[in-house]
Design a protein around this ligand. Structure first.
Ligand code: FES
Length: 201
């Protein structure tokens, strides 16, 4: 089915394209808008983006297949990515993946039995100091335990997705201002000249 965008989405794409020196430079954000509309990057999306940006369909296809953030097949309402790269794995990434697989009743790369989730494995999600972490749609959740992730998933399933936790991806509070420097230590006394030794007679 041909891609159909709303007037607002068309305007958004015009605005995005206007930010770049060439139309093709807008390929990544334009694909995001189209994926949000279509649910995944269909052949029609690729053809539409190629035509809109003056690119070959093979070039757009190359972008889509390079970046894992584009879905090349239909996905469920929410997509949960578990980071399984080294830093997260050292902090329990494997246990998080196994926990989610058990809860969803599916292996990674498949959809949950309740039909709400697509479960995927991610390479580094760029929050290595905050692992283990997952990405759910466009939000990141870090320093997870199975119980903490359950609470996040519960909230999504109730239709009240929690805000992204404070991490590298959000603005951290300003660091405290340094306090006044301590007073300078008193100067060390200059050693006096030792008395000269008595002369031998
Ligand atoms: S290894 Fe998981 S965020 Fe980098």
């Amino acid at each position: 089915m041909a891609l159909s965008l709303s007037t607002d989405q068309e305007k958004k794409i015009d605005e995005i394209v206007g930010r770049y020196p060439t139309k093709r430079a807008a390929c990544i954000p334009v694909l995001h808008v189209c994926q949000a509309q279509a649910g995944w990057v269909t052949a029609d999306v690729i053809a539409w983006v190629a035509q809109r940006l003056g690119m070959a369909t093979s070039e757009v296809q190359g972008v889509v297949t390079f970046y894992t953030m584009y879905h090349q097949a239909p996905v469920k309402k929410h997509v949960l990515w578990v980071c399984r790269t080294l830093s997260c794995d050292l902090r329990g990434g494997k246990a998080i993946q196994e926990h989610v697989e058990k809860r969803f009743g599916c292996h990674t790369g498949h959809d949950s039995t309740n039909g709400v989730w697509s479960l995927k494995k991610a390479e580094c999600l760029a929050g290595c100091g905050y692992g283990p972490m997952v990405q759910i749609d466009d939000r990141f959740f870090e320093n997870l335990t199975p119980a903490a992730l359950d609470a996040v998933i519960d909230a999504y399933e109730k239709g009240t997705p929690p805000p992204q936790a404070e991490t590298a991806f959000t603005k951290n509070p300003a660091p405290p201002k340094p306090s006044a420097p301590p007073p300078a230590a008193p100067a060390a006394p200059t050693p006096s000249t030792p008395p000269s030794a008595p002369q031998a007679s």
